[in-house]
Write a protein that binds this ligand. Structure first.
Ligand code: SF4
Ligand code: SF4
Length: 471
């Protein structure tokens, strides 16, 4: 194997004996880091507030797997809506694939909760308590003095508190924020069955953010492992411009008043700042690697070096392999067009299904084994059963049925107007009576409308049976 490709034989966080190499990334700073901070703060606010936002009484986001209740953007989804959930998931997967083909792992660097919590919450606390890279290395090597115990103890305690907080928020997404607040008010001992899993989640988050860290992205994350399949020469990734960085004479240390381009010396001054800031412990100058989460820290580090030595910025930048090789621009490839077409169709389908989805799911069926009955007044009667599911989180009252474009009368067995509690089901029986003259056939398709007060909430169809002589 080519010597230059040797780095691909092992991951950047393992030493030659296969032991974990602890990564001490230098604290990043620069334009991208600033933007990432704003995006992260916005996403963190969203993550922590979404379970407490309600739309029409529905939690904005809820994933109650045990009770099979799901709310997405305030829309409640029931097991009956499972097909919508599947379509939403398919759209999500296609979207991520499409996005990755075009823009590489931008999601990992800017949006992924693992990166946001690790880089923008836990790591920043670590920098505040233990200092930057050099200080952290020295502290870890130092004996257990009072100062070290204090620093490590403070850091681990804060990490544990934040992990507990994240576990609580996680729980609010699973069991609803109302339940969570109720559990907190009642005290943990009243709900040990929930409190113990909460502590387990806390321990998992603590383990991930205090110790496992970048290994999640490198070893555990399936999306990270898919990069090799999804990325191509045209995908935009955080890339080192090796053409400009190396030229004919390769990398050399910076010397004042030297015309590097004229002498064929690359613009990379071999300062290794890009390596020192990397939270996954790699050298981006080796090319795109599975460990790279596109966090942009190396772009900021290199830009600041380029600025200080008066060379153009962008030696490390967002670019595709093809951009760098041919100095060409981003292109909308046929593969990308295909993904976009599929994504547009699926999104349209989902929006359409959401729009036609009603608050009530109504089913009206003729009573099995029954055909029709001739009444004394000459009318014909059929008996039907109904089942209504209230998919909303509010009680629906004054529910009643109307016939649409059919000359007949609905006679309820019980109440004409009734209500259905939130998430509840109403079942019952009614008769429809009509003058035989209204029938066109022995089997007549009829439409029944369901109203809550004056509001039409669903429509359903069924058949009205009559004697064959009416053909
Ligand atoms: S930061 Fe830039 S100049 Fe320094 S080693 Fe990395 S690529 Fe070269
Ligand atoms: S190589 Fe650069 S973008 Fe990739 S993880 Fe390291 S610092 Fe972040």
């Amino acid at each position: 194997m080519d010597n230059q490709e040797r780095f691909r034989d092992s991951i950047g966080t393992l030493d030659e004996e296969g032991k974990r190499k602890w990564v001490y990334p230098k604290k990043p700073s620069g334009v991208f880091y600033e933007y990432r901070k704003y995006v992260s703060y916005a996403l963190l606010i969203f993550l922590f507030t979404a379970p407490f936002i309600k739309i029409n009484g529905n939690q904005f986001l809820l994933f109650n797997v045990l009770e099979r209740k799901f709310n997405i953007f305030g829309f409640p989804f029931w097991p009956q809506d499972f097909y919508l959930f599947v379509i939403a998931m398919v759209i999500g997967v296609v979207f991520i694939a499409l996005f990755t083909v075009a823009f590489g792992r931008i999601f990992c660097g800017w949006i992924c909760p693992q990166t946001i919590f690790l880089e923008m919450v836990f790591r920043r606390i670590e920098y505040a308590i233990e200092g930057d890279r050099g200080k952290q290395i020295r502290l870890d090597k130092a004996p257990w003095t009072k100062d070290k115990i204090l620093k490590k103890g403070t850091k681990w305690t804060i990490f544990a508190i934040i992990s507990f907080l994240i576990a609580n928020i996680f729980l609010a997404y699973l069991i609803s924020s109302d339940e969570l607040i109720k559990y907190i008010t009642n005290g943990p001992t009243s709900h040990l069955g929930t409190f113990i899993p909460l502590l387990v989640f806390t321990a998992v988050f603590y383990f991930v953010f205090a110790w496992f860290r970048e290994q999640v992205c490198i070893i555990a994350c399936p999306y990270g492992r898919l990069q090799g399949v999804l990325l191509d020469q045209k995908s935009i990734v955080v890339a080192y411009d090796h053409k400009r960085g190396e030229r004919e004479e390769g990398r050399q240390k910076f010397k004042k008043n030297q015309d590097r381009a004229a002498q064929g010396i690359g613009d990379c001054i071999a300062c290794s700042q890009c390596v020192q800031v990397c939270p996954t412990g790699i050298d981006i100058r080796n090319g795109t690697q599975l460990e790279c989460v596109n966090c942009t820290a190396c772009i900021d580090a290199c830009d600041s070096i380029m600025e200080s030595v008066n060379l153009p910025k962008g030696l490390i930048r967002y670019a595709s392999e093809e951009n760098i090789e041919k100095k060409s621009k981003f292109e909308f490839t046929p593969r990308l067009k295909g993904y976009t077409a599929v994504l547009t169709i699926l999104t349209g389908l989902l929006i359409g299904l959401l729009l036609i989805r009603s608050d009530i799911e109504a089913k009206v069926l003729r009573l099995p084994g029954q055909t029709y009955e001739m009444k004394d007044n000459g009318n014909i009667s059929n008996v039907f059963t109904y089942k209504l599911l209230n998919k909303t989180n509010v009680e629906m009252d004054s529910i009643h049925f109307k016939l649409n474009s059919f000359n007949g009368e609905i006679k309820m067995v019980k109440k004409e107007y009734f209500s259905i509690e939130k998430g509840g089901i109403a079942k019952g029986t009614f008769f429809i009576e009509t003058d035989p003259a209204a029938l066109k056939d022995d089997k007549n398709k009829i439409e029944i409308e369901v109203y809550s007060k004056d509001r039409l909430i669903d429509r359903t169809t069924t058949n009205f049976m009559g004697p064959r002589t009416f053909r």
